[in-house]
Write a protein that binds this ligand. Structure first.
Ligand code: BV8
Length: 250
């Protein structure tokens, strides 16, 4: 007995009966690809003696853009070696299956692994580590190697990572689309997130408020657990294929 067979079986029934699915993922879904999570296991990510909330902050971009580039180049080096795992692939297959009228994937992650797995139309609430944005004219570009900070090809100002940092507003259209998807979902899957970061952590509550069900997948309890209809205490790569009736790649 896996210990999570019962919760997974009950969750699978909800998923099979659903027409509209919203999925909110966090760093935990990429953990089995080797991408370090920020929290979990009681620890918090620190680099050069600074907590990640300080490194990934609007203040740091204002005060020390070169250090922000070093921090994100360091993260890109780690993420660049990672490939999608069975959890990412299961979500992509579920979307492609056409079994759902709505299948909206919303991620807090910036690693790009959902798109790499074949998911489309992913709402990247916190941006993407492979994209850059001009600090003045806001032009978007793919990441380039070489000088740091890169210079904007249009206006020559320094570029920054196209990532939403603590203390920065999320893209309003992304937030609106994510809120609509959550509010109209029969089922909201919450996968691999500690549920501590606003406004992403509000999304499951919108599903419940409109009568939908919330299923959490996380090896640990979180602040969202007691507000979930079902909480599967397990890793996402093992559970997600089972939820969608796919062969378990584990
Ligand atoms: C905003 C990009 C308006 C950068 C990120 C006080 C109270 C409440 C809120 C606030 C407050 N003070 C400030 C705020 C707002 C703040 C916030 O929420 N702070 C929190 C931390 C207290 N939010 C913001 O600033 C947002 N903007 O609110 O705008 C505004 C404007 C101006 C001033 C004020 C407000 C912007 C937030 C976006 C920040 N950027 N990422 C980067 O990546 O460096 S957030 C960052 O945390 C990542 O995106 C990460 O994904 C995200 C959330 O973390 P999780 O994904 O949940 O990851 P975590 O490590 O925490 O958890 C992993 C989980 O996985 C664990 O539970 C673990 O058990 C589980 N797991 C592990 N292995 C597995 C697994 N699960 C499944 N399978 C496994 N194998």
């Amino acid at each position: 007995m896996s210990g999570y067979e019962d919760t997974t079986a009950r969750a699978r029934e909800l998923v099979e009966g659903a027409d509209r699915i919203a999925v909110l993922t966090g760093a935990g879904i990429s953990a089995e690809s080797g991408v370090p999570t920020f929290r979990g296991g009681g620890k918090s990510l620190v680099w050069r003696g600074m907590p990640f909330e300080q490194l990934s902050s609007a203040a740091m971009v204002r005060n020390d853009l070169p250090l922000v580039w070093e921090w994100f180049d360091y993260r890109r080096k780690a993420v660049g070696k990672c490939v999608p795992n069975a959890g990412h692939l299961a979500l992509a297959a579920a979307q492609i299956s056409g079994n759902f009228h709505q299948f909206q994937l919303i991620t807090q992650n910036i690693d790009g692994l959902h798109a790499a797995a074949g998911s489309s139309g992913v709402i990247e609430l916190h941006g993407n580590i492979w994209r850059t944005r001009c600090t003045v004219c806001e032009r978007l570009d793919d990441l380039t190697e070489g000088e740091r900070p890169p210079k904007c090809p249009a206006c020559g100002a320094p570029m920054r990572p196209h990532v939403v940092l603590f203390g920065e507003f999320l893209d309003a259209e992304n937030v609106e689309r994510a809120r609509e998807a959550a509010a109209s979902a029969d089922v909201c899957l919450v996968v691999g997130t500690s549920g501590l970061v606003y406004p992403a952590n509000e999304l499951p509550h919108l599903t419940r408020a409109s009568g939908g069900k919330v299923i959490e997948i996380n090896p640990e309890e979180t602040v969202l657990t007691n507000r979930a209809d079902i909480s599967i205490r397990a890793k996402s790569a093992a559970v997600l294929p089972l939820l969608f009736g796919q062969p378990n790649a584990e």
